[in-house]
Design a binder for this molecule. Structure first.
Ligand code: BG6
Ligand code: MG
Length: 228
């Protein structure tokens, strides 16, 4: 069992962990699902979290039984359309989109000399970090276009530790998506799930919202894990 004192780095998801952009991703996918005639459900919205742009489109089409209805070219056009809608929703986004407590948490990690990296599936993450005014904290980022496999595969979180020069067991991964928690666990890092504990039941530690994510609370939760 890993001890709090062994932790040297934190690997962050972005959408739904640092910023409330997962709501905008959901809105833009919902819009496209309506256009494609695929029924939108809460379950579909949750399953899409953390999943790459093209894999998300494939999942929507599969859910509607339409996986064989479109050519690659058409799918690329729909994915681009979703991204245009998403970027429109982001246009006026600023620091107020940072989720409660996360700016303080990130600053406190820096003050305590922890290393930080970003393991976001989003190709828009550089832009989002800039708009949030947090780019300087995340110089270590995984470019999702260099991945062989998206979340839930462990690759992105494994690389998140690697870029910091750390072993997976020296890192904590933070995620709001079930696919992301699976990726953290597969990489051998300690997983912190942020959101509904039923959906994120595979996480080692769960916080229902970002305001609970503090170094103190993580230490307390790890101490309890160690004792049980
Ligand atoms: C993830 C989001 O962070 O990035 C997903 O949770 C999104 O909803 C994925 O589909 C890819 O994002 P983008 O910006 O590259 O389309
Ligand atoms: Mg997320």
């Amino acid at each position: 069992m890993v001890k709090f004192e062994q932790i040297k780095g934190f690997v962050f998801d972005l959408d739904g962990v640092i910023a409330d952009t997962s709501i905008y991703h959901g809105k833009a996918w919902h819009q496209l699902a309506d256009e494609l005639g695929v029924t939108w459900t809460e379950q579909l919205g949750n399953d899409l979290k953390g999943v790459s742009r093209m894999d998300s489109l494939e999942l929507i089409l599969k859910t509607g039984g339409k996986e064989n209805d479109y050519t690659l070219e058409e799918k690329e056009k729909y994915a681009a359309e979703k991204n245009t809608n998403y970027l429109n929703l982001l246009k006026d986004m600023d620091q107020s989109a940072i989720l409660p407590g996360m700016a303080d948490f990130i600053r406190s990690l820096e003050e305590h000399d922890y290393k930080l990296s970003l393991a976001s599936a989003s190709k828009n993450s550089p832009l989002v970090l800039e708009q949030l005014g947090l780019a300087q904290y995340f110089k270590n980022r995984i470019d999702p276009s260099t991945l062989k496999h998206g979340k839930p595969d462990p690759e992105i979180f494994a690389r998140g530790a690697e870029v910091l020069g750390l072993k997976p067991e020296e890192c904590i991964g933070l995620e709001d998506a079930s696919a992301g928690v699976k990726s953290i666990n597969g990489a051998g890092e300690l997983s912190v799930g942020i959101g509904d504990p039923e959906i994120l039941h595979e996480a080692d530690i769960n916080f229902t919202d970002t305001s609970q994510v503090t170094l103190d609370n993580i230490k307390k939760a790890m101490d309890v894990m160690e004792m049980s």
